[in-house]
Write a protein that binds this ligand. Sequence first.
Ligand SMILES: Cc1ncc(COP(=O)(O)O)c(C=O)c1O
Length: 365
Amino acid sequence: MNSSNLIGKPLLEVDTPSLLLDAEAMQANLNLMARYFQGRPAKLRPHFKSHKCSRLARLQMQAGAVGITCAKLGEAEALADAGIRDILIANQIVGPIKIARLVALARRAAPMVAVDSAENIRMLSEAAAAAGVTIRILVEVNIGMNRCGVEPGTPALELARLIHSLPGLKFEGLQGYEGHIVDLRDEAERTVKVRAAMKPLVETRRLIESIGLPVHIVSGGGTGTYTITGDLPGIDEVQAGSYACMDWWYSDIRAEFRQAQSILATVISRPTANEAVIDVGRKGVGAEFGPPRVKNLPGARVDKFGSEEHTTVTLPDGQTLPVGGRVEIIPSHGCTTSNLYREYIVHKNGVVTDVWPIDGSGKMQ
Ligand SMILES: Cc1ncc(COP(=O)(O)O)c(C=O)c1O
């Protein structure tokens, strides 16, 4: 069945595996996050990578987000296609092919990119100036994740100066992502470590401001740290994304958000009295933080997870789930799960209310 014909139909008529989105739970998550940022100096710029769905991104904007964060140029193009202008690509856009696309994007939106090298800055400037566009830039600072980013202090200041001196670029500020500690299980430990990691980022801001260069945006943070990073003086934007749809990895430490996304699957085999094999495996479940969990089936759990298209659910004694029965599972990692599907089946009270394209799905370039 064409999935748009599903609107108004019960979930029983949805084929499997499908990615479900509970509309009420998702909206409650957006509202809760929006309330947190209301009246605060820091604002929310949600990360698109978590759901990759521009319909959802538009709802986040309606709920007060100042713009959207994304990881890839292809995601930024999808957001621009959906009419969203203020887009942070929280990564380095490198090489002539991508820079040409970025320049084209700058003609129809207001993209901002992260940089951490002088070569990249010069190439961006040359291309932007030649095309007569302005590209907004954040200097990425390494605050302990040891991925990309220059060291805090003088190295970041030097790149800021260079950006400011070149045509076609606007120095907007700094990015520092505390990804190595964003999901620490212990809240007290997370709080202490995140505050310590963010300190050199804010100090770098003050250093750059001290030479008379305005810093408009200092951006960082995620779902695990929005109340920590988002509460620090000197931080302007928080890039949380997972909060909208959630996964069990984050549910365990951020219980204030509801589990809005799940994977609907069908039982295809009952090999033993306590086992049900369902029709989704690694190819349909983001599982970086562990196997999926079973929703709404007390005592059921996933012990065998490894096949591409099968998952074995262990059922409690006496559970009479038949072949053909339906099971919902919750992934450990929502961001990589959404990337595996082409649409969200949006539902309320067991009925499909809408079908949203996951238009950023597969946009790796
Ligand atoms: C650059 C960046 N910012 C923010 C986030 C936060 O996302 P989440 O809400 O999943 O913690 C991520 C996640 O990987 C990220 O890579």
